[in-house]
Design a protein around this ligand. Sequence first.
Ligand SMILES: Nc1nc2c(ncn2[C@@H]2O[C@H](COP(=O)(O)OP(=O)(O)O)[C@@H](O)[C@H]2O)c(=O)[nH]1
Ligand SMILES: [Mg+2]
Length: 452
Amino acid sequence: MFDTLSEKLQRVFKNLRGEGKLTAENMEAALKEIRVALLEADVHFRVVKQFIEAVKTKAMGEEVLTALSPAQQVVKIVRDELIRVLGSHQSRLRFANDPPTVIMIVGLQGSGKTTSTGKLARYLSKNGNRPLMVSVDVYRPAARQQLAVIARDIKLPVYEGAPGEEKPLDLAKAARREAVQTGRDVLLVDTAGRLHIDDELMAELQELKEALQPTEILFVADAMTGQDAVKSADEFHKRLGITGVILTKMDGDARGGAALSIRHVTGQPLKFVGVGEKFDALEPFHPERAASRILGMGDVLSLIEKVEQTIDQKQAEEMQRKLIENEFTLEDFRDQLKQLRKLGPLEGLLGMMPQIGPLKDLKNVKVDEKEITRVVAIIDSMTRQERANHMIINGSRRRRIAKGSGTSVQDVNNLLKQYAQARKMMKTFSGGMLGKKLGKWKLPNFGSFGAP
Ligand SMILES: Nc1nc2c(ncn2[C@@H]2O[C@H](COP(=O)(O)OP(=O)(O)O)[C@@H](O)[C@H]2O)c(=O)[nH]1
Ligand SMILES: [Mg+2]
């Protein structure tokens, strides 16, 4: 996995280390090599272009960490950019509020759908779910047989159909009824594939989608087919709408081009990777771990992490002080929100919070990331004085801010109200028992954002 790319990038960094000092020239040379390395790894050309531009801008920018050598800084920049391209944070499976959760597994023939259905069932079962599988590939009798054999191997149930259930839709509906009756909370639907995308298959998948209302439609792609995998993922997404990708046969793919392109091209996250033929060879995809794997250099990466932690720690302490002294401004509020977003999906974080005291109410809150983007935009539209002192934001200022941020006065009012609440609540936290924990996570009260 990623071996070639890893090797090439490490060579680039080694050369840079020898330079002692970063100049426009040696940086230019390094960027050229990184570009070639990415292209040779079969990364989509648009991704490569953006990647190089981002690294260049950041390397020339002012954000310099004095604790790192210039070469180490370039490693950090490349690492950050790799993580971004790979999807920033782990993208977990979503579950329906009303079980059974239906997960449709789609893709071209031979990509690994049936195998991945079994692997996913096993993964879910290990994580406390009760999956049921069904194959609706009615065109090849062997296909349904294959899933039945897998189910027996992993000792999990499969719905094999009853007489008269010959159409994919009939089978799928019957399987869902069976899931409800037998208390299965996830239904995995293994669908038929074709060698190429054709209208008939798409119509069938569309029909299944409408009838089943799946929570996830996972596109299974063979990593070894590189950009072809990306292209078909994109087409499936345009025609059907997928919610994520399982990239199989990563164990046989040394380049990694598909993994590095799929997110950018389709806009959909890579959720799992298949790393072998056995049923335990399925891993949730972690962008950060993948980036570390690509870069190797464990020592440099842990140094970078340490430096970042020190900075975060300092910021957290500064926040605490501001809170206690009631200096927590809208600007701080915005920075906290940005920090939060860096940590990953907010709902996941909420799940990790202790469900006690004032936090109890946060349990059922849905955090809408878009809402946070909007809040940040509103604060960005304020003047410095306004951010420093929210009391001066009167009616006409509110109108101006709403216009500047493309929101409504109502939105601005809401934000100011939430900010006032956050201030109050954070003050309570920072003094109390939870202060330590929250300090570590740098968590403001974001509970009221995007509440349903
Ligand atoms: N090495 C490797 N082989 C895989 C992986 N996933 C699937 N395969 C193999 O790919 C072939 C096709 O898989 P299958 O599930 O039948 O594909 P389908 O036609 O999409 O249902 C089988 O031989 C699988 O064992 C993987 O992650 N690694
Ligand atoms: Mg199959």
